[in-house]
Design a protein around this ligand. Structure first.
Ligand code: FES
Length: 221
C-alpha cells in the first residue's frame, strides 16, 4: 500500500500579512549584505597594503638620514665593490648613507682632501648623490653599459653625476639627483653628511656642457 501523505492546511494570507512577512529579517545573510561585506573586505585589504607600503617607503627614505657616514678611502670603496669600474667614473652604492658615490673626473685618479658643504664635488673630485629619485622617490640604478642612472619606476634617466637631461624622453623628474655635503679628511677618507642636502640642478639639454653623454645608446632600457 502507498503511504498516505497527510494534507497540510492552507492558510489564507491577506495583503497586509504578506507585506509584514516581506519586511521580516530573513535568516542568514542576504545577497546585498554579502556583497557589501565583500566590498568592505576588499577595501580593507587595499588599505592595509597602502599603509604597509607607505610605512616601508618612509622607512627606506629616512633610515640612516641625518647621520655622518664614513665611507673610507677610494681604495676601501674599490675593495668592497670588486669588479665595478669605479675608477672610470661608475657610481658606487653606499648602503649606510643611502647614497651613490662617484668620481667627478676619473682622469684625476682620486679624491682631494677638503670640505664641500653643497656637495657639488668638483674641488674634492667626488660627489655623493641621494638614492631618492627627484620624481617620486624610487631608487635609480647605475647601468654598467652606459654609466647612466635609470629609474625603474617611471624611466627618468640621469648621467653618471646625477644630471637630468632635458626633455620628456628622459623621464618626468623635474631636476637632477640631490647631493649630500661631503668631506675628504687628511687620510683620504670620505665622510657623507646625510643631514645636509642640496637639490639637484635643473635639467640640461643633452649635447650642452654639463651633461655627460651615455657611453652607448640604448643601454639598460
Ligand atoms: S620615481 Fe623615478 S621616475 Fe618616477
Amino acid at each position: 500500500m502507498r503511504d498516505v501523505i497527510p494534507s497540510v492546511p492552507i492558510e489564507a494570507i491577506g495583503a497586509p500579512a504578506l507585506r509584514a512577512r516581506r519586511a521580516q529579517q530573513v535568516g542568514g545573510l542576504s545577497r546585498r549584505t554579502l556583497l557589501r561585506r565583500a566590498i568592505g573586505a576588499g577595501f580593507g585589504v587595499v588599505a592595509i597594503e597602502w599603509v604597509a607600503g607607505t610605512l616601508g617607503f618612509a622607512w627606506s627614505a629616512v633610515a640612516g638620514v641625518g647621520a655622518k657616514v664614513r665611507v673610507g678611502t677610494l681604495d676601501d670603496l674599490l675593495l668592497t665593490n670588486p669588479g665595478l669600474p669605479i675608477r672610470e667614473g661608475f657610481p658606487a652604492y653606499v648602503l649606510a648613507a643611502r647614497a651613490f658615490v662617484v668620481l667627478v673626473d676619473p682622469a684625476k685618479g682620486g679624491w682631494s682632501p677638503g670640505l664641500d658643504a653643497i656637495g657639488e664635488g668638483t674641488a674634492l673630485n667626488v660627489r655623493a648623490l641621494s638614492q631618492r629619485c627627484p620624481h617620486l622617490g624610487c631608487r635609480p640604478n647605475p647601468c654598467i653599459e652606459d654609466f647612466w642612472f635609470h629609474c625603474p619606476c617611471h624611466q627618468s634617466r640621469y648621467d653618471r653625476l646625477g644630471i637630468k637631461p632635458a626633455g620628456e624622453a628622459y623621464g618626468p623628474a623635474p631636476h637632477g639627483m640631490d647631493r649630500y655635503a661631503i668631506e675628504v679628511d687628511a687620510s683620504g677618507a670620505l665622510i657623507i653628511d646625510t643631514g645636509t642636502i642640496t637639490l639637484g640642478p635643473l635639467p640640461i639639454a643633452l649635447g650642452q656642457p654639463g651633461v655627460i653623454p651615455p657611453r652607448v645608446q640604448g643601454g639598460c632600457v
